[in-house]
Design a protein around this ligand. Structure first.
Ligand code: 7TS
Length: 414
């Protein structure tokens, strides 16, 4: 599919008609899906590709010489090329398929950590990391004696840039930073940090889980060493994602898991590893979902990521203004100057869990809780938030309905 010409041609109703799940009632009300930061819904192109795979070309990849195996392998590798182009990596050898961002970050923490870290070395992360960019580093720090350091943030939910850059020194062996915060929507100045990291000999890892469907990602322009993302947050299936890594580093670091596919030769005495990217892809992968992932990328490319983001940003401004004006005691959490279409909030005098539950009764799906960012919640001294997050198929009418419903819910709860 060729990209459409302009954003004005973007027909939200046309887009909505591609998403079967949106056209249903829940709890007797039409579904309004505002939990897109957790996972986006899937267009029929992705869903149909899954059944195409199982109906027509199901076979294990890279192993058989029969026709089905060749077809499945070709489609699997076509997704790799699609992802390469999507993030502008130099080579497909640099795209490793994983189960998603969490596994990608565990892979890099384990393999890079075992290669690069020794006691006393520092790993630098930020206050707003998702647990999946905290815990793997704690685990490798425990194993190696490395020390975890955390860049502070301000009350708006922005990284303190000067302080953060000052914490990045020759002692910092790895910097791992979230590109866009899932809990606040903050877009971090990752490029500034990567540039400084070049001068301190620090490996850079970017958690791109929330950035992938909203921001243009160019790993060569960023010049990061690693980047992780999940297909399910970009209109693709669950259970598949990627780790991008620079080839020279991927060649140097040890494998993550052992097994089939990742070897060249095995004997009881010695095993040699396969070439990239297969060295990091042990076992039969998630073939169907990986193949369908390409449809999601094609879908985004068709409408244009920038055009989609423009619509989502329009929804963000509209909703922020409306909720602030109409909901008494509305308190946005995370008011960064540079943010994506996520609104985290609390309402004075009402528990966030009650809001989430009662909006669900109105057919509105939002997220409630700590969003797997407990240290961030502690820093902000809140137990959690309500979070509304937009995707391209959301509408202003849905925001109007949210506002009316929230007003009703708050009135009832106070
Ligand atoms: N990093 C960030 C920034 C995320 O938002 C998430 C998932 C992950 C890592 C983990 O990704 P996974 O695909 O491996 O699960 N975030 C959320 C969320 O905000 N609500 O549910 C999942």
């Amino acid at each position: 599919m060729e990209p459409i010409a302009t954003f004005s041609a973007l027909d939200i109703q046309q887009i909505r008609s591609d998403f079967p799940i949106l056209h249903q009632s829940l709890n007797g009300k039409p579904l309004v899906y505002f939990d897109n930061a957790a996972t986006t819904q899937k267009p029929k192109q992705v869903i149909e590709k899954l059944s195409y795979y199982y109906n027509t070309i199901n076979a294990n990849i890279h192993r058989g010489i029969h026709t089905l195996a060749e077809k499945a392998t070709a489609e699997y590798e076509a997704t790799r090329e699609s992802v390469r182009s999507f993030i502008n990596a130099k080579e497909t050898a640099e795209i490793i398929f994983t189960q998603g961002t969490t596994q990608s970050l565990n892979l890099v923490a384990s393999s890079l950590g075992r290669y690069a870290l020794k006691a006393g070395d520092e790993i630098l992360i930020t206050t707003m990391e998702h647990h999946s960019n905290i815990v793997p580093w704690q685990m490798i720090a425990e194993l190696t004696g490395a020390i975890l350091k955390v860049i502070p943030i301000n009350e708006k939910g922005e990284i303190l840039i000067e302080e953060g850059l000052a914490m990045l020194t020759e002692r910092t062996k790895i910097l791992s930073m979230v590109y866009v915060s899932n809990a606040l929507g903050t877009i971090n100045p990752v490029k500034t940090f990567i540039e400084k990291a070049k001068t301190t000999g620090t490996y850079t890892v970017i958690d791109g889980a929330q950035a992938s469907s909203h921001l243009d990602i160019d790993v060569q322009a960023l010049d990061c060493d690693f980047l992780a993302l999940s297909a399910h947050k970009m209109y693709g299936p669950t259970g598949v994602g990627i780790l991008y890594g620079k080839k020279t580093i991927l060649e140097a670091i040890p494998p993550y898991q052992g097994g089939g596919e990742m070897i060249k030769d095995v004997s009881f005495e010695v095993t040699t590893y396969n070439e990239l990217p297969y060295k990091f892809e042990a076992g039969t992968p998630n073939i169907a979902d990986t193949i369908a992932f390409k449809e999601a990328i094609d879908y985004i490319n068709h409408y244009g990521k920038a055009e989609m983001a423009q619509w989502e940003n329009e929804l963000l401004s509209y909703a922020t203004e409306k909720l602030t004006a109409e909901i008494e005691g509305f308190r946005p959490i995370g008011t960064a100057d540079n943010k994506i279409s996520v609104i985290s909030f609390l309402v004075d005098g009402v528990h966030h869990h009650d809001i989430g539950l009662m909006l669900d009764h109105e057919g509105i799906a939002i997220r409630t809780g700590h969003h797997c960012t407990q240290p961030l919640m502690s820093r902000l001294q809140i137990p959690g938030t309500n979070r509304v997050s937009f995707a391209v198929y959301n509408t202003k009418e849905e925001i109007d309905y949210l506002t009316t419903s929230l007003k009703k819910v708050v009135k009832r709860l106070r």
